[in-house]
Design a protein around this ligand. Sequence first.
Ligand SMILES: N[C@H](CCC[C@H](N)C(=O)O)C(=O)O
Length: 282
Amino acid sequence: MRDSIIMTKYQGFGNDYLVLDANKNQLQLQGKKIALLCQRGFGLGADGVLYGPVEINGKMGMRIFNSDGSEAAISGNGVCIFAKYLMDNEYVKEKKFAIETLSGTIEVECLNARATEFRVNMGKASFLSKEIPVTGEIREVIDEPFTFKGKEYKATCLTVGNPHCILFMDQVTPEKVKELGPYVENAEEFPEKVNLQICRQIDKGNLDIEIWERGSGYTKASGTGSCAAAIAAYKKGLMENRINVNQPGGMIQIDIKDDGTIFMTGTVGYIADVSVAESFFS
Ligand SMILES: N[C@H](CCC[C@H](N)C(=O)O)C(=O)O
């Protein structure tokens, strides 16, 4: 079709992304156009856009955009999706490889022949306020009182390359995270905004979460959100080191090593190649 751009749509546990291949399309990505493209009414609909392969720090990498057009340093489902894209398009032939992101080098291992299962080394978390960031004196933000929408909550905050706020509750519902999400995401305590997960512990190996993503809003799954909820519960001494994180889109398995390194196991589904009007990029 004349004047169109080919993008490839994938989903990880219902967290859906459009991949824009930088080698096949020489174009400028603009935040507002990405936002329009991601809209589920005026555009194609997606939780974000992955742009690559591009060179980051001299290595093969990808850039990650949320559905509001903002750029994120890391996305767990995004890494699994891009890993599949690289294999599907023969950019990589090995089962183990690395993808460079703005939050560093992410090691990926493909676990099956169909390239739909991936194990990702998401690195270590930091609970230090200045690294997340969270305003106030330098401290680890664990079970700290915050007031959101006039009510006090105990929050555990951390970064896994992107910032997360975890609120442990006796009950987690989409309604609750949609009520709190926009407020917490933009609270003044978080200078770079924040991803919110509300979290219920089922037992020492299972959590339930609902997600409000910075820059994308309510999503069915989040790789970094699953890592963040799991490591926060583990840090509080609630969990064993293999944690199943249940969320609306499915269950993401998190493994925490003795040195604190976090591994996530994700699945990816190919949805479609789509021919997109060039007007979304001009
Ligand atoms: N919205 C997040 C990035 C995507 C996170 C999520 N989709 C994942 O799978 O990790 C942020 O701005 O930090």
